[in-house]
Design a protein around this ligand. Structure first.
Ligand SMILES: C[S@@+](CC[C@H](N)C(=O)[O-])C[C@H]1O[C@@H](n2cnc3c(N)ncnc32)[C@H](O)[C@@H]1O
Length: 303
């Protein structure tokens, strides 16, 4: 799903596709990398299962810190089969299951419906609306508190933008809320997770916003996905896998700078302890808009 891995594999000369063909394909082996949340691992394992030939091998691998051992055990329970352990190291493990006819994982996948905004803010964004997320998308089980904090700042933002850029858009909360607040604005949404951009595109379509939006499968280290934007919204990632990593956030700030029209505004939300101020003040005049419940919303104004 991840654009960075896709680009790496393509650069290494491997044949890559952004989405695997449907269940009619019958593969002899599928490898699933354990995702950060169980919902993502379950959805990937289900997708892999439906593409495997009978007697094909489902290989599950991952970092122990991501919960590989538990995920393998849970899959074993759902599949009614014990895993064959292929490798076990201090940091991770690899296990395999064999596909049999009867079993299906998807009845265990819960559809996700997330409010666009907290109840007190819904009216600022065109009334109640619900977003849906593919399994494994960031905060697919509830509205993220950081997202909600940034929506609070967006509801107060005094100037109607022309062109919005949402970097690391997830299922699309920030751009969709902004498009509903300012019906003449257009938006670019970008994320490295293919499931996220699929979810964002579906949400835009369902809410009748597709005509004003462009969605990009984009890694933060690629060139900026848009130009001439006057409002940038970012709820930046700060983990790669399980490790704290500010690299993608900083790359998003550089992309925001490259995409910005003169006199643009950026709104960024972050966990209060994350040190983005020095980096952001290099890009414009920095102001803290609010700090509450463990989050801060920062505003950058560019001259
Ligand atoms: C904290 S979430 C924010 C999601 C959404 N904007 C929200 O507020 O609910 C960060 C998003 O950045 C994306 N992301 C992480 N690393 C990335 C990278 N290197 N390039 C592009 N997107 C990335 C993740 O897939 C995730 O959707």
């Amino acid at each position: 799903h991840q654009r960075a891995q896709y680009l790496r594999a393509a650069a290494a000369g491997l044949p890559v596709v952004d989405e695997v063909d449907g269940p009619e394909r019958r593969w002899g082996q599928a490898v699933v990398h354990v995702a950060k949340g169980w919902a993502g691992t379950l959805a990937d394992a289900d997708a892999a299962e439906t593409m495997l030939a009978i007697s094909g091998r489902l290989v599950v691998c991952g970092d122990n810190q991501l919960g590989a051992a538990k995920a393998i055990a849970r899959l074993g329970d759902l599949l009614g089969q014990s895993a064959t352990l292929l490798a076990q190291r201090a940091h991770g493990r690899i296990a395999a299951f064999t596909r049999m006819e009867a079993r299906r994982l998807h009845p265990h996948i819960q559809p996700s419906h997330i409010p666009l905004a907290p109840p007190g803010l819904a009216s600022a964004f065109g009334g109640d609306a619900v977003l849906r997320a593919r399994a494994g998308v960031f905060s697919g089980d509830a509205l993220d508190e950081g997202t909600a904090a940034l929506l609070g700042a967006l509801a107060e933002h005094p100037v109607a933008p022309r062109r919005i850029l949402d970097l690391g858009c997830g299922m699309g909360h920030l751009a969709i809320a902004a498009m509903r607040r300012w019906p003449a604005a257009e938006a670019h949404l970008a994320d490295g997770d293919h499931r996220a951009i699929t979810s964002a595109s579906e949400n835009l379509r369902r809410l009748g916003l597709s005509d004003r939006a462009v969605v990009h499968w984009w890694d933060a280290f690629e060139p900026a996905p848009a130009a001439d934007v006057d409002l940038v919204l970012i709820n930046p990632p700060f983990h790669t896998g399980v490790a704290v990593d500010f690299g993608p956030a900083k790359a998003m700030f550089r992309a925001a700078a490259a995409a910005s029209a003169p006199r643009s505004t950026w709104l960024i939300v972050a966990n209060r302890r994350l040190p983005y101020e020095a980096e952001l003040s290099r890009h414009g005049t920095l102001r803290a808009l609010l700090a509450a419940d463990g989050f801060k919303v920062l505003e950058v104004r560019r001259g």
